[in-house]
Design a protein around this ligand. Structure first.
Ligand SMILES: C[S@@+](CC[C@H](N)C(=O)[O-])C[C@H]1O[C@@H](n2cnc3c(N)ncnc32)[C@H](O)[C@@H]1O
Length: 421
């Protein structure tokens, strides 16, 4: 009902473009600069009711326009198989939505297929002496084909071909596609090709090509809501980690590659200021860092949490302004990428930034300033050029050296500096 009322109101807005445009303009930064009080008020309201924008947007966002069905993924993303595999590909349309429940899945390493290959290829036990082999033969004898084989000889020849692949494996050799489903949490589940997946796991292969045969409706709903959120806010600031979320972002992995090539420590704590969707926390957690993502907007935090849980990551999420962090600001690394210039726009924020820099007890900061000629800085309280900005950080923090590590990335003239002691 609530949804319906909101939609009806929005329908009228849609019919009166001048009203809609005025509201959109009102929403934009410039009006806030003219009347800064509005900014606080509107952001307060937005942060409480941001989800309404998803309800009022009538357009259906179809993730299938972006999602493709065949692509490469890391093999360590594929850890479960569906238990009842027989004829499953023929009956996909009849599959109930609990196909990805824990009762319906089995870890690949516990399957008979994996056990059989591991026993023979690693433990060097003869096929005939392995319990799983005899179970498969029993299945075949009772007219249930295994891996497409309907007699014992055919099955043995299939196993021998797998053994041959194992012995002579060449990483670039193309392997038939593994058919998977994507569960509600974005997890990849094997529907067909379990022998091959097991073999590739035993070979410690890194990447595989998959073919997606089904996506859980809740995964599609999440993808569609995310797409809607992205479309309302324009492009994404960061690439997405999950390979099935192929939505357009103006940034690539380039910044992470540059920063990670310029690290002076291998492990430690990392604070990402204005983390947005926390892409960097995902990447630095993979490297072994203990990461903290600070992000002011609850809307971003909503998706940040979902994306963290989808990837099974552990980084901490702090939904606050960095200026409201009461905790000790003691970190090995701080990422301040495309964030500090926002605080040059108003006197109060500028003063908060100076206080914040004075509280930091850190070893290194990776800093990405704005391009001073950008339009958004036109009426700013101060507008530093890049090196003036670095000098400002050095003046007000415990850091005293800097190095330009990259002049521009992702086609934008926003350099990256390493500032350190
Ligand atoms: C331009 S984006 C940059 C995102 C990210 N650092 C990057 O470069 O990919 C700035 C982010 O900082 C967040 N933000 C703005 N003011 C903030 C504040 N006072 N405290 C924490 N986050 C803030 C915004 O919501 C937004 O997600």
């Amino acid at each position: 009902m609530k949804k319906k009322i909101i939609r009806i109101i929005w329908y009228f807005f849609d019919k009166i473009p001048i009203l809609k445009n005025t509201i959109y303009r009102f929403y934009a930064w410039r009006i806030f600069e003219i009347v800064p009080y509005f900014k606080k008020l509107i952001y307060k309201a937005y942060d409480k009711f941001w989800f309404i924008e998803l309800l009022i947007e009538n357009k259906h966002f179809d993730p299938s326009k972006y999602q493709i069905n065949s692509y490469k993924v890391k093999l360590n993303r594929i850890n479960h198989s569906i238990k009842k595999k027989d004829n499953i590909l023929m009956n996909l349309s009849n599959l109930t939505n609990d196909w990805d429940s824990s009762d319906s899945l089995i870890p690949i390493v516990e399957t008979r297929e994996y056990t059989l290959l591991e026993s023979h290829l690693i433990k060097k036990i003869k096929w005939e002496d392995i319990g799983a082999y005899n179970e498969f033969i029993d299945k075949i004898t009772s007219n249930q084909p295994v891996a497409g084989c309907s007699d014992q000889r055919e099955f043995l020849s299939f196993l021998n071909s797998l053994e041959n692949t194992y012995q002579n494996f060449k990483p670039n050799k193309s392997i038939e596609k593994i058919k998977v489903g994507i569960g509600k949490g974005g997890n990849f589940v094997v529907f067909d090709g379990l022998f091959i997946v097991s073999l590739l796991k035993l070979l410690n292969v890194k990447d595989v090509i998959i073919k997606v045969v089904i996506r859980h409706p809740l995964w599609l709903k999440f993808s569609s809501d995310f797409l809607k959120f992205q479309s309302i806010h324009g492009e994404l600031y960061q690439p997405l980690i999950h390979p099935d979320l192929r939505f357009k972002s103006s940034y690539t992995d380039q910044r992470f590659v540059i920063i990670s090539q310029n690290l002076t420590i291998e492990k430690g704590s990392l604070l990402d200021i204005g983390a947005n969707l926390a892409y960097f926390c995902h990447k630095f957690e993979d490297l072994g860092f203990d990461c903290y993502a600070v992000e002011i907007r609850p809307s971003n935090v909503h998706y940040m949490k979902k994306l963290r849980d989808i990837e099974g990551k552990k980084f901490k999420i702090i939904n606050k302004s960095i200026f409201d962090l009461k905790e000790k600001l003691d970190f090995d690394i701080v990422l301040a990428l495309n964030i500090f210039h926002h605080f040059l726009r108003e006197k109060e924020l500028y003063q908060n930034l100076i206080k914040f820099l004075g509280r930091l007890k850190i070893r290194t900061m990776y800093f990405q300033p704005h391009d001073p000629s950008e339009n958004i800085m036109r009426n700013a309280f101060v507008n530093y050029d890049n090196e003036q900005f670095v000098g400002f950080i050095i003046k007000h923090s415990c850091l005293n050296k800097f190095e330009l590590i990259n002049k521009q990335s992702d086609g934008r003239t926003r350099p990256i500096y390493k500032i350190f002691k």
